[in-house]
Design a protein around this ligand. Sequence first.
Ligand SMILES: Cc1cc2nc3c(=O)[nH]c(=O)nc-3n(C[C@H](O)[C@H](O)[C@H](O)COP(=O)(O)OP(=O)(O)OC[C@H]3O[C@@H](n4cnc5c(N)ncnc54)[C@H](O)[C@@H]3O)c2cc1C
Length: 399
Amino acid sequence: MVDYDVIVVGAGPAGLCAAHELMKEKLKILVVDRKQEIGCPKRCAEGLSNRWFEKMNLTPKKEWAVQEIKGAQLYSPNGKSIKMKDDKAQGYVLERKMFEKYLAIEAVKKGAKILMKNQVMSAKRENNEVELTIEENKELKKLTCKMVIACDGVDSLTAKMLGLNTKLDLRETDSGYQYEMTGISGYDENLLHLFFGTDVAPRGYIWIFPKRKGTANVGIGIGAYEKETAKSYLDKWIATQDGIKDGSIIEVNAGVIPVGGFIEKMQADNLLVAGDAGHMVDPIHGGGIGIAMEGGRLAAKHAIKALKSNKFLEKDLEEYTKEWYTLSGNDLKRRLKGRHFLEKLNNDDFNYLAESITIDEALRIGNGTLTKKDKAVLITKKLVTRPKLLKLMIDYAKD
Ligand SMILES: Cc1cc2nc3c(=O)[nH]c(=O)nc-3n(C[C@H](O)[C@H](O)[C@H](O)COP(=O)(O)OP(=O)(O)OC[C@H]3O[C@@H](n4cnc5c(N)ncnc54)[C@H](O)[C@@H]3O)c2cc1C
């Protein structure tokens, strides 16, 4: 007899959505997390688009969807900006701690059990079951289950302990640093603001994600190999921004963001991996909340299938990886190509593109969905006078 059908490691968006799905079958499940409090500290700018609310059947609630977002304003290095604003909400900035607690409470209402301040220290597989060693208040306990869903975030060890290689390639990793600031002004509070430029944020961008009046997440994501730290780029930029520089910092957040390096296999015997632990993050903007929720839910669906058929071997679980790539992974791979194009641009290229291409073209470059006609127009009309951009576009258009 095992203690649980499924143990989910990590009570972030991936783990909590896995728990919801598992409870549809009234299974005996446990979610463990090493943190003291769900959703806290956040490592996140807390932006989530409507697409994910719809996909996950979630209705935004005012206690956690704290700022309605109607679009974005993108700033090129020369300070010019493009504004994309709709009349209706396109998404929200969340109070993530409240959002995750909401997900947790709903999962528990359905019968899930959650234990905080419980850290998985080791995992081993024996007789088609898994034994996890968990530390709680310096005491170790052993719990057994048939399936583990590893949703333990970017620094995941659970999957590795069960033999799945989820090592991050540093070249496909960004460093994020952020202040939640208050007493700031001078920006449209219904838009996300993104600042580009190789001096501002090499291989990334600075963001202002508004959260209530006068308060916002002000942060940066840059390539892990840049000369200076993310904090140093962010501090330098803030010091030049009227309306922001005299604000107060009420929270400091830092974290690593996997922006590529998708893994070929997201299953091993008795194990599925989801969310940041499986590198399920958008490689262009680094957003991962929605993809983690979807990944957690999908992993749960395949765990249920395994439990029903009593088949837990790696080969029995391979449909999970296939389905994830069909659902999201293949799109993310295309967006990775878009990122590789964008990261080769210098400030002049950014300024030129900001003035010469349409918003639709920019979005399609990012999404990897340029049509043959778009590519031809870009190559023959818009980039023809810029040899470097032309070459990059031709290389991009080739694959
Ligand atoms: C600076 C920054 C800004 C970001 N901004 C955005 C944004 O605006 N929008 C967006 O969509 N995404 C954003 N992201 C990405 C987003 O935060 C992640 O993709 C998302 O949190 C992934 O969810 P998850 O459930 O996979 O992992 P996590 O939220 O990281 O949850 C993993 C959980 O596992 C627990 N855990 C780890 N190891 C163990 C263990 N051994 N035992 C028990 N528990 C363990 C951790 O305590 C944690 O609670 C940002 C990331 C960073 C770093």
